[in-house]
Design a protein. Structure first.
Length: 188
């Protein structure tokens, strides 16, 4: 039983060590976490209210914060410093953004120009190929026309000269065979 009581005491001590503000409101806890003790005595508060080296503005010398207006002045100077830093960071980001935008637009222009050049070259090649195809088609048409003219002239020559000549030669040969064998011609 005594062991349980002593372990409960040590547990409550450990809890109080872990939670340094168990009975205070969240605002008071956060104020104490930032270096302000709202429940401290006036002399302690005066020592605590002096800004820590991290909160002190680099351009202002260290001074004791004794009134609310001093705290407001410190806060406003800190806010001004933060605003200047944010503006500087913002302007740096804008400069980087503008530089990257300029690089991207330059690269885009170069790519567009290269694409236009390729398109022009392709158009020239297409024109050359279509001209060659047209020339080949004209040559084929001309040779076909010549070939058809030769065929027609040779066929008309064959119809007018060769076939009648062959027919006459065949009739002479037939007449020679008839006379040799004494066959009479058919009266038709």
């Amino acid at each position: 039983m005594e062991k349980r009581a002593s372990s409960a005491k040590s547990l409550s001590k450990a809890k109080s060590r872990l939670s340094p503000f168990p009975s205070q409101s969240p605002e008071a806890r956060s104020a104490k976490a930032y270096g302000f003790n709202l429940f401290a005595s006036a002399s302690t508060r005066k020592n605590i209210m002096s800004p820590s080296p991290g909160l002190r503005s680099p351009s202002t010398p260290a001074k004791q914060l004794s009134t609310v207006s001093d705290l407001r002045d410190l806060a406003s100077s800190s806010l001004g410093s933060m605003k200047r830093k944010l503006d500087a960071g913002h302007s740096e980001v804008l400069k980087e953004f503008d530089a990257s935008h300029a690089r991207i637009s330059k690269r885009f222009k170069m790519q567009t120009q290269a694409c236009l050049q390729l398109a022009e070259e392709a158009e020239r090649e297409y024109k050359k190929m279509s001209e060659k195809i047209d020339e080949n088609i004209k040559a084929v048409k001309a040779s076909y026309t010549e070939f058809m003219a030769e065929v027609q002239s040779s066929s008309s020559r064959a119809c007018k000269v060769t076939i009648p000549g062959l027919a006459q030669a065949a009739e002479k040969a037939i007449d020679g065979l008839r006379s040799r064998y004494g066959v009479a011609a058919n009266p038709s």
